[in-house]
Design a protein around this ligand. Structure first.
Ligand SMILES: Nc1ncnc2c1ncn2[C@@H]1O[C@H](COP(=O)(O)OP(=O)(O)OP(=O)(O)O)[C@@H](O)[C@H]1O
Ligand SMILES: [Mg+2]
Length: 231
């Protein structure tokens, strides 16, 4: 469904991503793990059309989308829930969801589905988003991405700054979204949770892929356990 071929990303003289190739098949949850500055966010941003790659190809559903603008990529069914949530703090929950639907009209059936997945957002739909808890803001960021009815949804560090209980809830929501037929590409620092959830994973270090495999296999990999699980 998504194929990245030899992706390189530069910021001026800095080469942040140095030739990454990866695939995400329809229906999968694929995770990318790696330490700070490894190039995870840059990779997702370039897939979403927010950062132009220096070289390489991004193929989505057989179509080359490399360098296309973000709104076009979103219309094709590929959406990013960005690092740090980026909700509109002074708008209400409902207004934030409407902003997510800027490419199409917000249909009542999508809103129903979203409120079923996130009952707390239904209760708080008239509340200003900046006054939600961190976990609720993350739910809103996910809900806003779902409004565009993606076929592939990318998450950048969805568990960042959340309590362990909330991390469990967010991961179970990601699983539910995937079970409903949406393919998932998940970037996470929480390696244990990501590897337990995903079908396959890639480990990025310094802008290149160091390891790849099934989540369950990587969880048992000695080097990975030492580097990412503190063992
Ligand atoms: N706009 C920018 N200008 C210059 N350098 C940048 C820019 N954005 C990222 N970088 C650099 O590119 C490298 C990769 O950054 P990136 O944000 O993709 O990593 P990351 O894996 O998402 O890290 P983190 O875990 O901290 O979120 C880092 O060295 C970073 O400093
Ligand atoms: Mg990042």
């Amino acid at each position: 469904m998504l194929e990245i071929r030899d992706l390189q990303i530069s910021y001026g003289p800095i080469r942040a991503v140095k030739g990454i190739s990866l695939t995400v098949r329809k229906g999968e949850i694929v995770s990318i793990i790696g330490s700070n500055g490894a190039g995870k966010t840059s990779t997702l941003m370039s897939i979403a059309g927010a950062v132009k790659p220096f070289s390489g190809r991004i193929i989505f559903n057989g179509e080359d989308i490399t360098g296309q603008p973000a709104h076009k990529i979103m219309k094709k069914g590929l959406t990013l829930v960005p690092e740090g949530r980026r909700i509109f703090p002074y708008l209400t929950v409902m207004e934030n969801l409407e902003m997510g639907a800027f490419i199409k009209k917000l249909s009542p059936s999508i809103i129903d589905e979203i409120f079923q997945l996130f009952p707390v957002l239904k209760e708080r739909r008239k509340q200003v988003a900046g006054t939600l808890s961190g976990g609720e803001q993350q739910m809103l960021a996910i809900a806003r991405a779902l409004v565009s009815e993606p076929r592939l949804i990318m998450f950048d560090e969805p568990s960042l700054g959340l309590s362990p209980l909330m991390v469990t809830r967010i991961f179970s929501i990601i699983k539910k979204i995937n079970s409903s037929g949406v393919t998932v590409l998940l970037v996470e620092q929480n390696a244990r949770a990501a590897l337990s959830l995903c079908h396959r994973a890639y480990v990025i270090e310094g802008g290149v892929i160091r390891l790849e495999g099934k989540g369950s296999e990587l969880l048992n990999n000695k080097d990975l356990r030492r580097a990412y699980l503190g063992e």
